[in-house]
Ligand binder design. Structure first.
Ligand SMILES: Nc1ncnc2c1ncn2[C@@H]1O[C@H](COP(=O)(O)OP(=O)(O)O)[C@@H](O)[C@H]1O
Ligand SMILES: *[C@@H]1O[C@H](CO)[C@@H](O)[C@H](O)[C@H]1NC(C)=O
Ligand SMILES: *[C@@H]1O[C@H](CO)[C@@H](O)[C@H](O)[C@H]1NC(C)=O
Ligand SMILES: *[C@@H]1O[C@H](CO)[C@@H](O)[C@H](O)[C@H]1NC(C)=O
Ligand SMILES: *[C@@H]1O[C@H](CO)[C@@H](O)[C@H](O)[C@H]1NC(C)=O
Ligand SMILES: *[C@@H]1O[C@H](CO)[C@@H](O)[C@H](O)[C@H]1NC(C)=O
Ligand SMILES: [Mg+2]
Length: 447
């Protein structure tokens, strides 16, 4: 049934939400809870209508997963939870695979019934049905947003299943998403700069998209590293229930104060009565304080450090918008990929002898930081010349090889070795041996 989802889902969700809300509640619901539910319902309705108009034509042909697939899911474990939602890893039998075919491993998102969001509502209103419904609106909102936003920096919605038995006490909604791994900031601090730069660049590309999205400028109100996951090496936002697609309304500039624990910014109220660019600015400052300050500067190439410092300063003071920030990041990427950042000083490569058709034993060797390997010193380099400069700066290094492995920027990984006895004839690699090391060892190198 191609197209059923795109054509039906948005109105169907809405109809479901409306039908559910019109049901009488037992026990009767407190008025303030009913008002809160109505507010969420209105928000969801306007978002759904807006999203429906911007649906991508390609969505109409996308095959989505549904309740049928979900009923055959095999749960593999808990991946995470927040205040509102619970995320499980699950294997679904892949479609078209016939009988014993492959499996598709996905993330299942559902309401966290024991989470603090529902708990706070229960303390306040003491009404289970109403509180569950209130939280379910968040899940529905996230679903509508995931469905209408299309960017590599946003986790992909693979399908959903709503238990539409509205005579039951609870409307159960499960979304099926591509599976990622939660961000580990501590671990990230120990990865090479190139990998940390990638995460920041992914984030900036997302912020650029959000600032110019088909739904208008989108602000992430609950912006923290735990709202993101890594999928196949790319950073993706996964928690989209707490976002706004409209700029804050105002009557005067006083209404447009953007406040953070360490800083406040006074924005302007436009003649249309909106705080100009408040969503984009909030996102950028959060990216600065949660990501850039930790991930961007440390162990960056020396010549890139002033540019990175400028980016930090400009985003930390909100002098750059998303457009300028993206441009600045692209400039850094260009300088890095092209090798223009390298200081053209003395050549170190001439201190090395290139041995063709040799390779190094796969043995453990000296370590360096931050290495791409746990067992050895493995770093990304622009070329053999840069690798030679690195080897010369390491007292242990006696020879190095440029491996065929590439990083995401396309740079090769170089392996640095201390043990000359590891050299083995054969293979297609070139081993660069420090001349001083070669003469000390007085090894016969064949030709
Ligand atoms: N697609 C996913 N793959 C892997 N883990 C995920 C995925 N989505 C969310 N998570 C994990 O589950 C946690 C809770 O999900 P989230 O949507 O942030 O719920 P909440 O709204 O309660 O904060 C996240 O912090 C993240 O660690
Ligand atoms: C719907 O829910 C009610 C109450 O929980 C239950 O009695 C009924 O069997 C359900 N119907 C279906 C089709 O699941
Ligand atoms: C994972 O990322 C790599 C490198 O960017 C890409 O070539 C590959 O197609 C991606 N795989 C999937 C399943 O997206
Ligand atoms: C940016 O630089 C100016 C001038 O050096 C300084 O006063 C300001 O505090 C810096 N801002 C940030 C966020 O680093
Ligand atoms: C940013 O770039 C986009 C796309 O080029 C453009 O539509 C938008 O107006 C720019 N925004 C600003 C604030 O310059
Ligand atoms: C050097 O490598 C050789 C052969 O792989 C091994 O026997 C020797 O123990 C290594 N020496 C050191 C100091 O690692
Ligand atoms: Mg979250």
């Amino acid at each position: 049934m191609p197209g059923w989802w795109a054509l039906l889902a948005a109105p169907a969700l809405l109809a479901l939400a409306l039908a559910v809300l019109s049901l009488p509640w037992r026990p009767p619901m407190p008025l303030s809870l009913a008002q809160e539910l109505e507010q969420r319902q209105r928000d969801l309705r306007s978002l759904t209508q807006e999203a429906f108009q911007t649906l991508h034509p390609s969505d109409a042909h996308a095959e989505r997963l549904g309740c049928q697939e979900l009923s055959r899911a095999r749960t593999l474990g808990l991946v995470g939870f927040g205040i509102t939602k619970l995320v499980l890893r699950a294997a679904l039998p892949s479609r078209g695979g016939g009988g014993g075919g492959g499996e598709l491993v996905v993330a299942l998102k559902a309401l966290h019934w024991a989470g603090s969001d529902v708990a706070a509502c229960l303390r306040r209103y003491g009404h289970r049905g109403g509180c569950h419904r209130l939280a379910t609106y968040k899940l529905l909102k996230e679903e509508v947003l995931l469905q209408s936003l299309d960017h590599p920096g946003i986790v992909k919605l693979l399908g959903q299943c709503s238990d539409s038995n509205i005579s039951g006490p609870e409307m159960k909604v499960v979304t099926m998403l591509e599976l990622g791994t939660p961000l580990e900031m501590i671990q990230l601090l120990q990865t090479p700069w190139e990998e940390r730069f990638k995460i920041c660049l992914d984030l900036v590309e997302l912020l650029y998209y959000l600032a110019n999205s088909p739904l208008g400028s989108i602000g992430l109100l609950d912006f923290q590293p735990r709202q993101f996951v890594m999928v196949n090496g790319t950073l993706k936002a996964t928690d989209l229930d707490d976002v706004t697609t409209t700029e804050l309304s105002c009557q005067e500039d006083q209404d447009c104060i953007l406040e953070f624990p360490t800083k406040r910014f006074a924005l302007q109220c436009t003649t249309q009565g909106k705080c100009e660019g408040i969503n984009e600015k909030r996102n950028l400052f959060n990216a600065y304080r949660y990501f850039f300050t930790y991930l961007l500067p440390h162990t960056a190439p020396l010549t890139l450090q002033p540019i990175l410092k400028d980016i930090l300063n400009a985003t930390g003071d909100l002098r750059y918008g998303a457009n300028e920030t993206l441009r600045a990041f692209q400039k850094v990427l260009h300088l890095y990929k092209s090798g223009l950042y390298l200081q053209k000083k003395t050549s170190h490569l001439k201190e090395y002898i290139a041995l063709k058709q040799f390779h190094s034993a796969d043995a453990e060797d000296y370590k360096c930081w931050p290495s791409y390997s746990h067992l050895r010193c493995m770093l990304s380099v622009h070329n053999a010349e840069e690798a030679a400069a690195i080897c010369s700066s390491h007292p242990q290094c006696q020879h190095f090889t440029i491996t065929p492995q590439r990083t995401w920027t396309g740079r090769p990984l170089a392996l640095f070795h201390s043990n000359l006895s590891d050299l083995i004839p054969g293979g297609h690699m070139v081993v660069y041996v420090k001349q001083s090391a070669a003469s000390r060892k007085s090894i016969s190198w064949g030709a």
